[in-house]
Design a protein around this ligand. Sequence first.
Ligand code: MN
Ligand code: MN
Length: 464
Amino acid sequence: MSNENSKELQEKILMSPKKKIHFVSKEELDRADEFCEPYKDFLNKSRTEREAVAEAVAMAKENGFVEYNPDVRYNPGDRVYIVNRDKAVGLAVIGKFGASQGVMLSIAHIDSPRIDLKPNPLYEKNSMALLKTHYYGGIKKYQWTTIPLALHGRVCKADGTYVDIAIGDEDNDPCFCITDILPHLGQEQAKKTLGEAFTGEDLNCLIGSRPYADEEGEQVRLNTMKLIYDKYGFTENDFLSAELTLVPAFKARDVGFDRSMIGSYGHDDRVCAYPALMAIIDSGVPEKTCITYLADKEETGSDGNTGMQSDFLRYFIYDLAKSEGLEGYRVLSKSKCLSADVNAAVDPTYESCFEPKNSSYINEGVVISKYTGARGKSSTSDASAEYMGEIRRMLESNKIIWQVGELGRVDLGGGGTIAKYVANMNVDVVDLGVPVLSMHAPFEIVSKLDVYMAYQAFLHFFIG
Ligand code: MN
Ligand code: MN
C-alpha cells in the first residue's frame, strides 16, 4: 500500500468527476442568459442562409464593418465584410500584424436541414392545392409532418427582377403543412420501418383548398396561384427559377422551468455562427487578422460555389495577403482555425447511442471534436495533439468550460463538418461547437451556458 493520500493523489492525476457547471458563478450564468436573448432574435430572423447573411451584414454595418474592396490596403483595426452570392459571408478585422503571421479563422455554416420546393412544385389533387418538395440535408421525415411550416426564399421572375418571400412566421400569417394519416388508418404505415414509412415523395405540402370558379379544371390550383400572383407578382413558370424552402413556423423559445435552454429551428449551425459573429464584432484590434466566415451548403456536403469547398474564402485571404505584399499560400500555411459546428449531446432517453466518456453533454461547455468521420475515422481532418494542446491552454487559461465529444459511439453512424476543407488548405483546425439535443429536428435544443462558452472560446481565440 502506498503512503500517499488517495484523495490527494486522485485530485492530482485523475479527471475531476464534478460537473463543470458547478465551476460557473451565478454572475457568469446571468451573462450567458443575457447573451442568448439577442441570439433568439437572430434565430427568428435567420430562417435561411440568405436571411442569415442579410442579418450578419446588418450587424456588421452597425458595428463599423464596411464592404471589402480588394484594391484597398487596410490598417490594423479596420473592419470589412465580404458576401458570396447572398448565401455566405466573411467578416474580417485587420490585426496589428495584418496577415503576416497568418490569420485566425472561425468558420460555421448557416444552412440548416429543411424542406425545399421542387422546381415545378404546384399541383391539385382531391380539390386541394399542394407543393411537391425535395428535402435538404439529413432529416427524420416524420418529424416534419403535421407541424406549421413557413415559406421562405427568392423567386426570380421572367423579367429579371426578383421577389423575396417570408410568410408563415407571424401570428397573423397563414402557415402551411405536410399532412399525415390518422392512426386509425395508419396500420399499414405502422408496420413499415421508420425509414420506409415516410418517403421523400410523401412530403407534399398543403397550401390551399378553395376553387377560383365553379368550372371544370384545376380551380383550386388556379385560385391559389392567383393569390400568389396578386401578393408577389409571380406566375407558375417563375417557380422554375426560384429557391423556395419550407421551415418550421415556430419561434425560438426558452425551455425548462429554469429557462436554461433554448428550443428552436436551425441551431445547427446558427448556434455557432452567432457566437462567432459576436466574437469578431467584439474582437477590438487583435494581434493577427481575424476572420469569421459563415458558409452555405454544409448540410449537403459543402459542394458548390457557396459551400466550404469553394475557393471563395481562399481567394479572400489571398487578396488580403496580396494587399500587404504577402503570398497567399504563406499566409494560409501560418493560419489557425476553429471549425465551429454542433455535436450530438447525450440524450438521457437514447443513452445507448453514446459512449459516455467521449460524448458531449449540455451545460458542460463547448465541445471539441478532435476528429469526426465514420467507419474508422474516414473522411476526417484529425487535429494534431499539438493543436489540441494549444486550444486547450487557450480555453483553460480563460476559464472557458469545455469537453470532448465524438458523434455517438464508434461505428453507429458518424458525420462530418467543414473542418477538413480548411485543413486541406494547410491550416491548423479543430472542431469546436455547441452540444445539441434533437439535432436536425424542427425544434432543436441547446443550453444557454454552452452558447455563451462558444462565444468566449471564439473571442479568446481571436484576441489571445
Ligand atoms: Mn452542422
Ligand atoms: Mn447538420
